[in-house]
Design a protein around this ligand. Structure first.
Ligand code: G3D
Ligand code: MG
Length: 224
């Protein structure tokens, strides 16, 4: 997270999206950045990069640098570079694919290995919630994983757009210690919020301990 010296209310946040191939990382990135869902995706090779500026409060703007990492890069040479400096990591799985959920343990430990000195804010993202009838991962498992790893937890659908905007707004607000009102669901309009110094309450389903006192979070991610 970097502060602009010209405008203290302008921030840039690096978000890295990880998870197995076909979990929906590119679809989530495209839905958020372009409000589009494309059925004809090619497999992401390496990384795709999106920039989107959001308005968290009437005077508080954040530019999100969304890094969509190809699923085939777990264990790849470049993954440490992609993760470097991440403020937020979204761990995405497909709720109809149990293996994609179980592999998140490896994704999580890989990020932790590369960011030993500075844990980013993590969020667990169960994608394809429009396919509820095909669900292979129980919601309890989803919440338990998030609790065990001190993560925020979300269910979204890149296809319908459900909770996509809300996901990005909430993780960013949490990183910034901004409490968004409950009415801030998929909001595209100006949002009123209060900047607080202490831990946000009630607006986030699961609160990571790691973000409880990260006002002094550094922007250094040590590589090994
Ligand atoms: P990836 O970037 O994680 O590899 P993609 O995943 O975004 O390329 O998506 C993989 C497949 O899942 C794509 O279908 C895409 O259309 C589909 N998909 C992504 N998100 C959703 C969702 O929310 N709901 C549903 N129903 N499908 C989704 P194809 O057929 O191209 O493989
Ligand atoms: Mg992709």
């Amino acid at each position: 997270m970097s502060d602009s010296e010209d405008d203290a209310n302008e921030k840039q946040v690096k978000i890295v999206i990880l998870g197995d191939g076909s979990a929906g990382k590119t679809s989530i990135s495209e839905r958020f950045s372009k409000d589009a869902f494309n059925r004809d995706y090619n497999q992401t090779l390496g990384i795709d990069y999106y920039l989107k500026r959001i308005n968290l409060t009437h005077s508080y703007n954040v530019t999100l640098a969304v890094n969509d990492v190809g699923g085939q890069t777990l264990g790849g040479d470049m993954l440490d570079k992609y993760i470097y400096g991440a403020d937020i990591v979204l761990l995405v799985y497909d709720i109809t694919n149990l293996q994609s959920f179980e592999n998140l343990e490896d994704w999580y430990s890989t990020v932790m290995k590369y960011c030993a000195g500075r844990k980013p804010l993590f969020a667990l993202v169960g994608n394809k919630s429009d396919l509820e009838h095909l669900r292979a991962v129980k919601a309890e498992k989803h919440h338990q994983f998030a609790k065990d790893h001190d993560m925020l937890a979300f269910f979204v659908s890149a296809k319908t757009g459900e909770s996509i905007e809300s996901l990005f707004r909430q993780v960013t607000a949490n990183l910034m210690h901004i409490v968004l009102p409950k009415s801030d669901t998929d909001a595209r309009s100006v949002i009123t919020a209060t900047i607080v110094r202490q831990e946000p309450q009630n607006s986030i389903p699961i609160k990571p301990k790691s973000t409880q006192s990260n006002a002094t979070r550094t922007s250094i991610c040590s590589l090994q």
